[in-house]
Design a protein around this ligand. Sequence first.
Ligand code: ZN
Length: 154
Amino acid sequence: MNIEETININITSSAINVIEKYKQITKKAKESGGILLGQIKGKEVYILEVSTPNKFDKASIYSFNCNKDAAQVIINYEFINSGKKTIYLGEWHTHPENYPKPSDIDKKMIIKQYFKNKLNEPFLILIIQGLKGLYIAIFDGKNITETKLTIIDE
Ligand SMILES: [Zn+2]
């Protein structure tokens, strides 16, 4: 069975609101991004928090590179503060297109993150916020598969 058939990805309305705030609605707006943090309960994955761009990230109109040291500080903080329940689940960034698709660089990035990190779970999530639509995919070590996202209230 494929991974996207065995788990459901949920995100809190407050977390998705943060991502939507960074839509590149002006022509000169740079890409934004950050990491996804949350918890896993059985087959339900809950994205509870997202980090926002900081001064250590590298951003342009067509690219975003999340600073990994700054991200690790956030990961460690959330892990300790949640009684070791909240973990790193993946990455998000924006695209200046209506209905976003991952670029080759995006695919390489999520594969690299998967194999570089000692993950608690056998997958990573990639979210790309476009001007109108949202792209969400799951990488299980082999394939990047588009999937769906359920928005939940806390
Ligand atoms: Zn991208």
